[in-house]
Design a protein around this ligand. Structure first.
Ligand code: NAD
Length: 480
């Protein structure tokens, strides 16, 4: 039996669910709550409400400054509720409490950032080449936004969709993943409390094949913002053939971390360990491919092994725990399969490869010396705590290995040579290249990938980004 029941938030009301499914606590492997399974009819109601709200005077005539104030209030409410939201996310996904607390505290800043951005949209005046004709270009909300997120970091991933959409004056239907939706459904109460008009924000959960498919193909949706895996992204692109919605995709990665012999090796080892084992490896930017200069490989691997084996694995609600379980059993099955295939194909296990705790979906921090780059653990995104190691002998070889992937989301370079750092940062084909650090993100910096890692960018438009950000994309231009 489960004790908690969550509800969808549609048109300003919390619905009594007509269908539900169990949500599983990954640290125990048992159901703990019932989640609403939104049907296609529920999606139609939510999109209908968002479309009415978009056209309502209440929202359409609200000044951008007033919209911004609502976003700032939402940010403050998130900050005031970090403890409760973090506990729910930890319960529903197994992500450790010290990570969920820190990340959700930062989510408040994202809403405040977008609140400040709301009234900074300016139009332009064009000195057109026709006598007696004056042209102004005004930006306006693109329409109803459908946002779909995966199970890891749902509050964070939603903030970079909700924030710009609302700042731009759009309305939104946000689909939480069917895995671990509790924090987003609880966050809906804060949206309600912040005072957004009914229908402006709708939050629901359900399964991809019906709820997700209907939402992203809905004729009243003009913009799709999707985060998830590449194969689902292909389905979403097929869905948007129906409504021709402008679509951005934030997908997976197989991010390389390049460690040169001249790097501060202890600092690099800390970053590599945090880069792959934080969030139990379930992070789109996880540094899952270590490329290390051969002359320091053995020494560096010995450091990594020591650090990985010292990680405290256990109850994710315990603040002392450093690594929790995987979020789903399906995820652990997949990781075990790829690791087994990689070891059969010649990979050498440095550490891990086991289930360290009896119940729950735990998997030990794992390092595989891959030898060559053809092993499945080097090619596939595992989305788990598995680091594959390759050695290189020259800068050119390091670069070739770093770019030898269909993904291009994140990467890291560790070196004390400034020239080398700049060359690698310029030539690695990834949306982010961190130098002598890893995983630093900010609301002020655009984010996104190349190839199988996605399409478009989320975050602000800046002079450094030639690609319009989601905020700009959420407002189409209109010529008068
Ligand atoms: P997933 O692709 O299986 O699911 C993502 C979402 O899509 C879920 O809400 C799901 O219900 C929905 N969905 C499934 N089928 C659908 C369909 N046919 N139409 C519409 N929606 C559908 O992803 P996951 O396994 O939950 O998450 C892991 C993936 O997400 C990894 O690849 C990871 O790298 C990626 N990710 C990327 C980023 C980023 O910012 N680039 C961030 C986090 C996670």
């Amino acid at each position: 039996m489960t004790d908690a029941v969550f509800r969808n938030f549609i048109d300003g009301r919390f619905d009594e669910p007509s269908a539900t499914f169990d949500s599983v606590d990954p640290s125990a492997g048992t159901a703990w709550a019932r989640m609403p399974a939104a049907s296609e009819a529920d999606v139609d109601r939510a999109v209908g409400a968002a479309h009415r709200a978009l056209r309502s005077d209440l929202w359409r005539r609200m000044t951008a400054t007033a919209r911004g104030k609502l976003l700032v209030k939402l940010g403050d409410l998130v900050a005031a509720n970090v403890g409760r939201l973090a506990e729910l996310e930890t319960r529903d996904t197994g992500k450790i409490i010290r990570e969920t607390r820190a990340q959700i505290a930062y989510v408040g800043d994202y809403y405040r950032y977008y609140g400040g951005l709301a009234d900074k949209h300016e139009g332009t005046h064009v000195p057109v080449d026709k006598a007696d004709l004056d042209v102004t270009i005004r930006s306006e909300p693109i329409g109803v936004v459908a946002a779909v997120v995966p199970w890891n970091s749902q509050l964070f991933l939603s903030a970079v969709k909700l924030g710009p959409a609302l700042a731009a004056g759009c309305t939104i239907v946000l689909k939480a993943s069917e895995d671990g939706p509790a924090p987003l459904l609880a966050f809906a109460e804060l949206v309600h409390e912040a005072g957004f008009p009914a229908g402006v924000v709708n939050i629901l959960t359900g399964f991809g094949h019906d709820c997700g498919r209907r939402l992203t193909s809905h004729p009243l949706v003009s913009r799709v913002a999707f985060t998830g895996g590449p194969s689902t992204a292909r389905a979403v692109v097929r869905n948007t053939a129906e409504n021709l919605a402008y679509t951005t995709l934030e997908l997976g990665g197989k991010s390389p971390v390049v460690v040169f012999a001249d790097a501060d090796l202890d600092s690099a080892a800390n970053a590599v360990v945090a880069g792959i084992f934080a969030a139990t490896g379930q992070s789109c930017v996880a540094g899952s491919r270590l490329l290390v200069e051969r002359s320091v490989k053995d020494e560096f691997l010995a450091r990594l092994k020591r650090k990985a084996e010292a990680i405290r694995i256990g109850d994710p609600q315990d603040p002392a725990t450093e690594m929790g379980p995987l979020a789903t059993l399906r995820q652990r099955d997949w990781i075990e399969k790829v690791v087994a295939e990689s070891l059969t194909a010649g990979g050498m296990l440095v550490t891990g490869g086991t289930r360290p705790v009896g119940s729950g979906f735990y998997y030990a921090p794992t390092i595989i010396d891959a030898g060559g780059s053809d092993l499945p653990c080097v090619r596939e995104e595992l989305f788990g705590p598995v680091l594959s190691v390759l050695a290189f002998d020259s800068e050119a070889q390091a670069l070739a290995l770093a770019n030898d992937t269909p993904f291009g989301l994140a990467s890291g370079v560790f070196t004390s040579n400034l020239g080398k750092a700049h060359r690698m940062a310029r030539d690695i084909h990834a949306g982010v290249v961190w130098v002598n650090t890893y995983r630093a993100v900010s609301p002020l910096v655009p984010f996104g990938g190349y190839g199988l890692s996605g399409l478009g960018r989320e975050g602000p438009r800046t002079s450094r980004s030639p690609i319009p950000s989601s905020c700009a994309e959420l407002r189409r231009t209109q010529v008068h």
